[in-house]
Structures are given as structure tokens and as C-alpha cells.
Design a protein around this ligand. Structure first.
Ligand SMILES: *Cc1c(COP(=O)(O)O)cnc(C)c1O
Length: 357
């Protein structure tokens, strides 16, 4: 499968583009999508770009019954010079294959699917918004499609990429969030699927998130499933703490999603001479540090917000307010640098950015 072998069917029925700022996340999709299929024995085949449309599946398709599916999330940005830029997209396809491996889904050729994404973006480039904070969200995913109710891996799959323009995550400027530290429900345990971007990890968190939201929290901070002691991550963000001058993030133990933003922040801080300590960190330690007056900054990291400062934590009915609910110095510098690199406004010494030619 070379890029030339992608079949392309374009639509003449182009949709109107939404206004750049008022798009609720993930509700509007572009004119085309990418698809390819897998059959056991034959491999991935029939790569194609087709008009965006509903797909038809057998009601017995295994995705509906046993949840064998994985996804990714990344963004395409429009630079001031009009180039379309992607941030470390190869890392997303590497991670897609890691997730697939955990879910017994056959791997894709990472380089080739990246080429397919580039081709799709070339066709849809007018959909990449330009104003501050906006982007075109890219959602690659794989579903199991074999019609079969027997529990076991599907013998057929479909890989797709859909694109959705998104407005600024922080329309009124960055606002630190309130987070509930979850004690009752568990997101993941060592040996489970926590390190995979797979559907069930998200729907299993809705109940905890709903209860937390009722009490005014934006999201939950998950603790380790075994002891409910060590900090793992937020809904779809990894988490960092700056305590007494030191930056700490939970080590990847198998139950935490290996964020590409997390990885980039670690590399960036290292280059600034501020090494990040990856280790187990308990919620008790954070509350003790707060009592000692040494908690300086707390922030979540992920593709959606890049950096999301945490202004308040709620654990066992005890609330702590972090940095006076203001964005910290390191958080702000990381946000400015990473969003600057992503938009081609700041030097990219790591070669993270890939431009559409
Ligand atoms: C996607 C995701 C993240 C963040 O990963 P990025 O690659 O930085 O976007 C963190 N935690 C979970 C659970 C996620 O799904």
C-alpha cells in the first residue's frame, strides 16, 4: 500500500464551515474521512478517502458486544504562514499500535497510516481553523467488525480517521479547574487496560465524573485501584505537581495512559534544566506538602488543553486551594512554549512538528 494506492472519492456537497470560536468539541465533522479494512489472512487493505457518512455494520459486529476497539487523538494547527502542522503524529500511531496490542487488534503500518492522514488533511485543509487556540482534531480509531457473538478476537476490523474542527479550549483565557480525588471508583489497575486508549476506560468513569460534577468539580483524579493511595491521572489528562521546587509526575506503571503531552513536557523541562521526577506519589503526600506550604503548582496535561492548571483538589471532604487558583509560572511557560511550537511560532529544537507539504 503506497500513498498512490489510496482510492479517493470526493464529494461535491461540501458543508459550510462553522464559525471558528463557537464549536462545541467533537460535534462537527469535515467532508471526507479515511477508511481501510482488515481481514485475517489478507491484512489491511483497500485504503480509501470517501465522503464523510454513516457506516453500516451488522448488529452482531463484535465491537457492539465485547468492546474490541482503540482510538487516538491529535490536532492539526494552522501556522501564521498558512502551513498545516502536526505535533509528533508518529507518537500517536505508535501508541495506537500499543493499545491495539493490548486489545488483540492487529497492528497498522505506522508510517503508512501517517501518510494516509497527510493525504486526508491535504483534501480537508480548508477545515483547519486559524484563530488563536483553534485546531482540527484528528480521531483515528479501529473497530472490530466480524458478526459473531462468540467471545474472542474479531477476524475483521475497520480503521478510520475522522476530522473535527475545534474551538479554543480556554475561550476566556486559562482557568484553573476544581478536581475531585476519587476514592470509591477505580479507572484501571496494573495488568488491566489503563495504558490503552480503549472505549471501556472512558465509559467506566462516567459515574464517578457525574457524582463529582454534582459537587462542582470539573473532573476526577484517579487513585491506584489496589490501595487508593497513589495518584494516577485525571479523566483524559496526565498530572504533574511542583512541590518545593521539584516537578513530580506519577511513573508509568501500566495503569496510566502514556500521554504524548506528558512525554513532551518531561523532555522540555529536562532541556530547561528542570528534570521531572517520575515516581509514585501518594495523595497523602500532596496534602501533607500543602499543609507544609510547599505545593506550588498542579497541572493536568493532554492534547485537548495542553496544560490545564488545577486550582482546587477535593479529597475525603478536605479542600485545598492551589496557587490561589492562578496559573503557575512553570505551567504558563510550558503552555506558551508547547502551543507556540505547535503553531510554528516558537523554535522547535526537538523537531516535533511535521508540516503538510
Ligand atoms: C489521551 C489521554 C491522555 C493524554 O494523552 P496525550 O497524548 O497527551 O493527549 C491522558 N490520559 C488519558 C486517560 C487519555 O485518554
Amino acid at each position: 500500500m503506497t500513498i498512490d494506492q489510496i482510492s479517493i472519492t470526493t464529494t461535491l456537497n461540501k458543508k459550510p464551515k462553522p464559525s471558528q470560536d463557537q464549536v462545541p468539541f467533537g460535534t462537527i465533522f469535515t467532508d471526507h474521512m479515511f477508511m481501510m479494512d482488515y481481514i485475517e489472512g489478507e491484512g489491511w487493505h483497500d485504503p480509501r478517502i470517501v465522503p464523510y457518512a454513516p457506516i453500516s455494520l451488522d448488529p452482531a459486529a463484535m465491537i457492539f458486544h465485547y468492546g474490541q476497539t482503540v482510538f487516538e487523538g491529535l490536532k492539526a494547527y494552522r501556522a501564521e504562514d498558512d502551513r498545516i502542522l502536526l505535533f509528533r503524529p508518529e507518537k500517536n500511531f505508535q501508541r495506537l499500535n500499543l493499545s491495539s496490542d493490548r486489545l488483540s487488534i492487529p497492528p497498522v503500518d505506522e508510517g503508512r497510516v501517517l501518510n494516509c492522514l497527510m493525504k486526508l488533511l491535504e483534501i480537508e485543509k480548508d477545515w483547519v481553523p486559524s484563530t488563536e487556540g483553534t485546531s482540527l482534531y484528528v480521531r483515528p480509531f479501529i473497530i472490530s467488525t466480524e458478526p459473531n457473538l462468540a467471545v474472542g478476537p474479531s477476524r475483521t476490523y475497520t480503521f478510520m480517521i475522522i476530522l473535527s474542527p475545534v474551538g479554543s479550549y480556554f475561550p476566556g483565557g486559562i482557568r484553573p479547574v476544581t478536581i475531585h480525588v476519587e476514592e470509591q471508583f477505580t479507572r484501571a489497575v496494573k495488568g488491566g487496560t489503563g495504558m490503552a486508549k480503549t472505549a471501556g476506560n472512558y465509559s467506566s468513569g462516567y459515574q464517578a465524573q457525574a457524582l463529582a460534577k454534582k459537587e462542582g468539580n470539573a473532573d476526577v483524579l484517579w487513585l491506584d485501584g489496589a490501595e487508593k493511595k497513589y495518584i494516577e491521572e485525571v479523566g483524559s489528562m496526565n498530572i504533574f505537581f511542583k512541590i518545593n521546587g521539584e516537578i513530580i509526575t506519577p511513573a508509568l506503571t501500566g495503569s496510566i495512559l502514556k500521554g504524548i503531552t506528558r512525554m513532551s513536557i518531561i523532555e522540555l523541562l529536562e532541556s530547561w534544566g528542570m528534570p521531572v521526577v517520575e515516581r509514585k506519589i501518594s495523595i497523602e503526600e500532596v496534602y501533607q506538602a500543602f499543609a507544609d506550604g510547599t505545593v506550588e503548582e498542579v497541572f493536568g496535561t493532554g492534547t485537548a488543553a495542553v496544560i490545564s492548571p488545577v486550582g482546587e483538589l477535593n479529597w475525603q471532604g478536605q479542600k485545598i486551594v492551589i496557587n490561589n487558583r492562578e496559573i503557575g509560572e512553570v505551567s504558563q511557560k510550558l503552555y506558551d512554549t508547547i502551543t507556540g511550537i505547535q503553531r510554528g511560532k516558537v523554535d522547535d529544537p526537538f523537531g516535533w512538528v511535521v508540516a503538510l507539504s
